[in-house]
Each structure stands twice: as structure tokens, then as C-alpha cells.
Design a protein around this ligand. Structure first.
Ligand code: PLP
Ligand code: ZN
Length: 480
């Protein structure tokens, strides 16, 4: 039997994508102190991983899939590829990762015209993929606090959505020395968005202004105080999110020929991580080719699409002003991880060819129609999951994907988190900026069986009979 416990360890460093400066992994850093740019984390001894054969790696990960060692149950099944600097005792496991890959319902597959599946990342503990990254970031923080004997470290984020939900959850579980603080723009957050961080006991602070003001405040805090900032520039989160790639490869028995991945792009950390994960697998020979990756953006928030739509030599980076989007978690005009995308896409294309990385644009209407269509076929896609399906439909129409390929769509959150948009669709109540008109075939609402007064007018038995008769009539049931 294979010994599943990690024996290979590695040294890690932050590498700045702006000035190439390197810093040791045991410094608590958010962005480069020299130039302010974002980092990627690098395992300096990555070459050591090549001493184990691809077959041995595969056997190890298969053995870990059956292991009950808590530290190896979640995203750290792939410990050596993610953060081999950590000690097993610090690894935080809340059931994240190893999310199900669900084949498209046959009727939906036939409608779309090729085989595809959803990877349900909404089935993570806080109901979004953000938990993959937080599991790694919090394991790192535990490790760092223990090494330094720190008695308290505040974990801070400015987020109205899934980031704060996830950060608050992990901080609540770990407890001392970590404490969670969430900073939000006062009056701009729905009760639904507040409920997860409040429920996890985070300190929730409100600031007059808009989201960007909050972001600047927490960045200022991270530059001047010992706090752990968990927003999208955090490079430890990227490592945990690479697990999506590893799981996908393992699930497909390490054969990703003809596989096309569709991923929503907001701050672009997720697509960065997935490319980085597959590049590592490819370099170590666990997969023989790279799957094609399609980033998807709404035309209401499409800076990355615009960048790559231009001819290679004419590309200039230009943030965009966003318009309201139902793919709200990806509604970002100036993605902080863009330097990471550019770097990884370059490497990805070099290894996988020009068609290995592409960005697709979709319309708001297409996102909503696709999400509802998927969910009416038994899926649990959020609006970003709908965005991926809309991207697949457009990629097919544009001839970028052929019907002999297969697709994997990232449902990044649970459909329940986005129930508000479904409600707006069903009641035709979107404000005009969205540009969404409900398709009457997809709109669904409750139907009244009897008038309100009926309950008071009839005694119980008669009421039951009358209601049953009304149902039978409406549903055209025949008596048996
Ligand atoms: C954060 C988030 C995204 C966008 O991911 P990026 O890494 O910022 O590109 C998409 N969907 C959901 C549900 C999210 O929470
Ligand atoms: Zn720098």
C-alpha cells in the first residue's frame, strides 16, 4: 500500500510580477513592498517533484482519495503541488474541494449539442469556490502564527459577497489567534450578503462610501499594520484554487484530450489558478496535453475579453466601467489579477498552442436564460454557471469548439446565493440597465388553486375535496 503522508517538502518564495523581486514565504505579504504589484508563489524546489514518476504521482493521489487523514481530504490531497512549505498540523479542512462533476442532463446535452458537465463548486462549505483558496490562506496563517508565536492576527477583507462569507467561515473555525474583520460600504449591501459573515461571528464594519473606498482602506491597513488581507491579490488563495485543475484531471483519469473548460472571469484569480494548476501537471507529465480554457465575461464587465480580442500586437490593457450584471461575482472592471492572467496565458499558449486559451463574451440575457435552462434540467448553477453555459453556446456558434469535444463548466457558487436574480426574471422586474427581458417559457411562478375566501367559506372536508378537484382539473388528471 502506498504511504499517503507527504514526505516531499519544498521551499517557497513570493515572486513579484512587477519588478521580479523575491521574498521568503514566511513574510506576511499582500502585495510587493517595492513596487505594489501582485505576487505569484513559487516552489523553488519544484524540480524535485520530477524525481517521482507521473505514474507514482497518480497512484499517490488515487490512494489519498481513499485516505481518512483529515489534512489530505480536501484541496491538500495535492499538497506537494500547492503549498509544500506548510506543516500538516496547520492544515485547515472544512470539507472544501473534491466537488462533484455532474454530467449534463441528457435532454440539456441534446439541446446544446455536445457532451458537457458542470463542476459544482457551489457545493463547497460556504457555497462558493472561494473556500478552495481560503483553506490554503488560513492554513498558511496558522502555520505563520505558530512559527512566530503571534497571539493575534486580524484577517481582513473588503467584500460584499463570497470572499467575506468564506473568510469569516474559516476564521470562525480556526479561532484564536485569528479573528475576522469584514469592511463594507454602508447601506450598499443586502441582508442576504450580510448573513454569512454575521452568522460566522465576524466583526462587520461599515464605512460611508462605495466598495472601492473600503478596498483602499484595507490595503492601507495591510501596508501599515500586521493584518492578513484576504482580498483577491492574496497569492496563497491562488494556490488553493489550483486544486480545481488537479481534481478535474484526476476525475478524468488524467486524460484531458478534447476537454474544454469554461470559467467565469472577474478579478481573474480563478482562471489564473486553473491555468497554473494544469501547467504544473503538464510539466510533471501527469497529463500529456493541456485542456483548452475559455474565460467567459459579460459584455457589461469585459476588460479581459477586450484585451484578448485585439490582435496580439495591438493589445493595450484598459480597465472598463462596468454596467450592472447578473454575473455579479464577476462584475469587475479592473481585475487585480490581470498581470497574473497575462503571464499564465503566455505560458499556457506556449505549451498548448494559440487555441488553448481564449476569452468569450456573452450578453446578460444569455446568462440568465442559460442559468434557468440548466437549473430546469436539475443543475444548481449560479449566474456565473449560467455565464459558462452561455459561453459554451457562443463558442459552438462561433466554431471555436466542435461537437466532438467535451466541455466542463464551472458553477462557481450555489444557485441559492443568486435566487434574487431568478426572482427578478420570473417577475419581469429587472431594471433597464440589465437589458433582460424574461423568456416567457422559462418564467415560473406559483398558481392559485382557489380564491382566498374559499378557506373560510367551506368546512374542512369540503375544502379538501374542492382543492383536490381544482388540482385535478388544473393538472388534467383522469380518475382511476
Ligand atoms: C469570486 C467569484 C467569481 C470570480 O472569480 P475571480 O477569481 O475573481 O475571477 C466568480 N463566481 C463566483 C461565485 C465568485 O465568488
Ligand atoms: Zn515588485
Amino acid at each position: 500500500m502506498t504511504d499517503v503522508f507527504p514526505t516531499l517538502r519544498g521551499r517557497m518564495e513570493y515572486v513579484c510580477l512587477g519588478c521580479d523581486a523575491r521574498y521568503p514565504a514566511d513574510s506576511l505579504l499582500y502585495t510587493c513592498p517595492g513596487c505594489g504589484n501582485v505576487f505569484l508563489l513559487e516552489t523553488i524546489d519544484f524540480h524535485k517533484l520530477k524525481e517521482r514518476s507521473a505514474a507514482d504521482w497518480r497512484a499517490l493521489f488515487d490512494a489519498r482519495a481513499a485516505s481518512r487523514i483529515t489534512a489530505l481530504r480536501g484541496v491538500f490531497r495535492y499538497y506537494e503541488f500547492i503549498a509544500p512549505v506548510l506543516d500538516a498540523q496547520d492544515i485547515v479542512y472544512l470539507g472544501e474541494g473534491i466537488t462533484p462533476i455532474v454530467e449534463a442532463a441528457p435532454a440539456l446535452r441534446d439541446q446544446i449539442g455536445l457532451s458537457f458537465a458542470y463542476k459544482n463548486d457551489g457545493q463547497n462549505p460556504s457555497a462558493s469556490f472561494k473556500d478552495r483558496g481560503m483553506a490554503c490562506a488560513f492554513s498558511y496563517l496558522k502555520w505563520l502564527c505558530r512559527r512566530n508565536n503571534w497571539e493575534e492576527v486580524l484577517t481582513v477583507c473588503a467584500s460584499t459577497g463570497d470572499t467575506s462569507a468564506s473568510a469569516a467561515l474559516y476564521a470562525a473555525y480556526v479561532g484564536a489567534p485569528l479573528k475576522s474583520v469584514v469592511l463594507l460600504p454602508a447601506g450598499k449591501v443586502t441582508p442576504q450578503q450580510l448573513s454569512q459573515p454575521l452568522g460566522s461571528g465576524a466583526t462587520v464594519l461599515e464605512l460611508p462610501g462605495v466598495f472601492d473606498d473600503c478596498m483602499k482602506v484595507v490595503e492601507h491597513l495591510a501596508e501599515n499594520y500586521r493584518v492578513a488581507l484576504l482580498n483577491s491579490k492574496n497569492s496563497w488563495r491562488i494556490l488553493g484554487q489550483e486544486s480545481y485543475a488537479y481534481e478535474t484531471a484526476q476525475w478524468h483519469d488524467w486524460d484531458v484530450v478534447d476537454l474544454c473548460l469554461f470559467v467565469p472571469v472577474g478579478n481573474a484569480g480563478n482562471i489564473t489558478a486553473i491555468m497554473s494548476g494544469f501547467l504544473k501537471l503538464h510539466e510533471l507529465g501527469l497529463v500529456t496535453n493541456l485542456p483548452r480554457i475559455f474565460g467567459v465575461q459579460s459584455e457589461h464587465a469585459d476588460p479581459v475579453y477586450r484585451y484578448y480580442a485585439a490582435p496580439a500586437l495591438a493589445r493595450t490593457w484598459q480597465p472598463v466601467r462596468v454596467r450592472p450584471s447578473v454575473a455579479q461575482a464577476a462584475m469587475i472592471g479592473n481585475p487585480v489579477s490581470f498581470p497574473r492572467v497575462r503571464k499564465l496565458a503566455e505560458r499556457y499558449i506556449a505549451a498548448g498552442g494559440e487555441k488553448a486559451f481564449q476569452i468569450i463574451q456573452v450578453r446578460e440575457q444569455e446568462i440568465m436564460d442559460a442559468m434557468l435552462k440548466a437549473n430546469r434540467h436539475g443543475h444548481i448553477a449560479c449566474t456565473q454557471g449560467g455565464e459558462c453555459l452561455a459561453g459554451l453556446v457562443n463558442a459552438l456558434a462561433l466554431g471555436l469548439v466542435s461537437r466532438s469535444e467535451r466541455a466542463l463548466l464551472d458553477a462557481t457558487a450555489h444557485s441559492l446565493k443568486f435566487a434574487g436574480f431568478q426572482e427578478l426574471y420570473f417577475t419581469d422586474a429587472f431594471s433597464p440597465e440589465y437589458g433582460i427581458t424574461p423568456n416567457i417559457d422559462l418564467a415560473n411562478r406559483p398558481e392559485a388553486l382557489l380564491p382566498r375566501s374559499a378557506r373560510n367559506e367551506l368546512e374542512d372536508a369540503a375544502y379538501t375535496r374542492k382543492a383536490a378537484e381544482a388540482m385535478a382539473k388544473l393538472l388534467r388528471l383522469s380518475p382511476k
